[in-house]
Design a protein around this ligand. Sequence first.
Ligand code: SF4
Length: 250
Amino acid sequence: MTRINFAGIVDHSTLDYPGKSAAVLYLCGCPFRCPWCQNRELVLEEENCKLIEIDEILKQLKENFLLDAVCVTGGEPLLQEETIELLKRIKSGTKLLLKIDTNCYFPDMLEKAIPYLDFFTTDIKAPLDERYGRVAGLPEHWEEIVVRVRKSLSMLKEWNQDKEARTTIVPGLIDSMGDIEEIAKVINDTGFSLYTLQQFRAERTLNPEYEKIKSPSVELMHELGEAAKKHLPDVKVQIVTEKNGFEEIH
Ligand code: SF4
């Protein structure tokens, strides 16, 4: 019996696995402190976080007949060793497609997870320099973070299946054409098939000061999406905003 630090399950989502109906499993804990993060209770392991048997999660998935896929997210799902057991059990105990959302901070865990995955989403939060530390809320640790993210990305480069990168556009942190053009080079080099630019939302942020910051405009999101697309002609580029939802950039 293996237990995992778990916050809950969303039974049915059409937004978390491209083109599929997915259950979303929320795991607790994260090594980053992105000030704009909206998953405060997961990152700080508050409220709903509790140790739960992996068997119990499997039981819930098997009772849900409407699913095509499972998305394991957080927090950071690769923080816990037990996540590998969870992935293994989902893959061997169900016919569901399997995806994780990760911040790429745990390359050794990623290596163990990859054999069980059908799809993969990672944040590329910033260009791979000191900006990464600022965006992750750990400016003094930027070099270590960048080394780990690079190691994960070089592993993903060898993984020839569909994979998605995401960047959250946060005013004052990551919001310039230059930032996006540099990130686009990383996306291109790693061979991502999908790139999503997400609009920061000033709600329930990890650092309450970020609740005073205005979300980037839909117009800016389009401009940044177009800047990315210029560098990524063979990648599907999309933006997601509160007003319009997902929009592909052509
Ligand atoms: S946004 Fe940052 S702090 Fe929040 S869960 Fe993701 S990596 Fe962790």
